[in-house]
Design a protein around this ligand. Structure first.
Ligand code: NAD
Ligand code: UDP
Length: 310
């Protein structure tokens, strides 16, 4: 198949590109390089079945493709809050452009949605049936509401125009090729620990997250995209739940760092707890994460140790 990946030069997009090429598909990677990098895909550029397009998903595009994975959108709070109006535009216009293309060429289209659609959840763990608790006017709203509106568009194109959709809700994912200065917690803590700097825990570090290793997530993407039973939304994430302080301690232990934990103010609207209910993924896809936190952190630490030296 010829497969378009928007945001293909980003963290998840580059892993997905690699996996799809290895399966024998042709990949068209579209990216505006806001948070993506050529370095993430440079090893794929020689492959004749890989094509790179510098393009912004906000602007319409025409291509002949069989499948579309829509991943274009900054994912780290630091990056998506840098230009919040652009973030909403990217989610909403990007969804419209991908859905319009899918409708025209009859492609199946996949939306990278997020656990952020649940906001600061009052139901724990979060099943797909939970509607969420989201602030419409806060600093995270550009991302949360942009992604919620994108889901709405996906389901309306599906109902109104019979567009063949799949929607995944991704829970915090980490691994090699995250940006060192990305601002997300796993990369921040690892880089701080490797550089012997203070580990910046926001609030008291009692908020929780559930961390999924990138290889597990990509496997879930491909299984969801290529089954006929459900369109989603489907949670994909690792249900292992840790406080941010526990994560800091784990990173210090695994890096053998002398870094100290320091406490910084809690950002506005930071969700207090997050953990996916993956009953649906287990049942429909037979999917379960295989790489647990310690093993995944070791691989990620190895990547940053190499990368920071270079
Ligand atoms: P990332 O920032 O590494 O990748 C996003 C990519 O999209 C980058 O390459 C960026 O340059 C590109 N991009 C941004 N705006 C664009 C635009 N207007 N036009 C074209 N390209 C654009 O982040 P990621 O972690 O790889 O996230 C990929 C997708 O998965 C995003 O949609 C994100 O919201 C979603 N997601 C990720 C996580 C996670 O934990 N990694 C969690 C939930 C959802
Ligand atoms: N966090 C932290 N220190 C950091 C970066 C993040 O304590 O240097 C916290 C943040 O407040 C949040 C959690 O870690 O509670 C996860 O943050 P991240 O930005 O990775 O993703 P989120 O799930 O909030 O979108």
């Amino acid at each position: 198949m010829r497969i378009l990946i928007t945001g293909g030069a980003g963290f998840l997009g580059s892993h997905l590109s690699e996996r799809l090429l290895n399966k024998g598909h042709e990949v068209v990677c579209m990216d505006n390089f806001f948070t993506g990098r050529k370095a993430n895909i440079v090893h794929l550029l020689e492959n004749p079945y890989f094509e790179l397009m510098r393009h912004d998903v906000v602007d319409p595009f025409k291509l002949e493709v069989d499948q579309i994975y829509n991943l274009a959108c900054p994912a780290s709070p630091v990056h998506y809050q840098h230009n919040p109006i652009k973030t909403t535009k990217t989610s909403v216009m990007g969804a419209i452009n991908c859905l319009g293309l899918a409708k025209r060429v009859g492609a199946r289209v996949f939306q990278a949605s997020t656990s952020e659609v649940y906001g600061d959840p009052s139901v724990h763990p979060q099943p797909e049936s939970y509607w969420g608790n989201v602030n419409t006017i806060g600093v995270r709203s550009c991302y949360d509401e942009g992604k919620r509106c994108a889901e709405t568009l996906f389901f309306d194109y599906h109902r109104q125009n019979q567009v063949d959709i799949r929607v995944v809700r991704i829970f915090n994912t980490y691994g090699p090729r995250m940006l060192a200065d990305d601002g997300r917690v796993v990369s921040n803590f690892i880089v701080q620990a490797l550089q012997g700097r203070d580990i910046t825990v926001y609030g008291e570090g009692q908020q929780t997250r559930s961390f999924c290793y990138v290889d597990d997530l990509i496997e879930g993407f491909i299984r969801l995209m290529n089954q006929e039973q459900v369109v989603g939304p489907m949670n994909i994430g690792n249900p292992g739940e840790f406080t941010i302080l526990e994560l800091a301690q784990k990173v210090i232990e695994l890096t053998g760092s002398r870094s100290q934990v320091v406490y910084r103010p809690m950002p506005q609207d930071d969700p207090k707890q997050r953990k996916p209910d993956i009953t649906q993924a287990r049942k429909v896809l037979g999917w379960e994460p295989e790489i647990q936190l310690e093993a995944g952190l070791k691989k990620t630490i190895e990547y940053f140790a190499q990368h920071l030296k270079a």
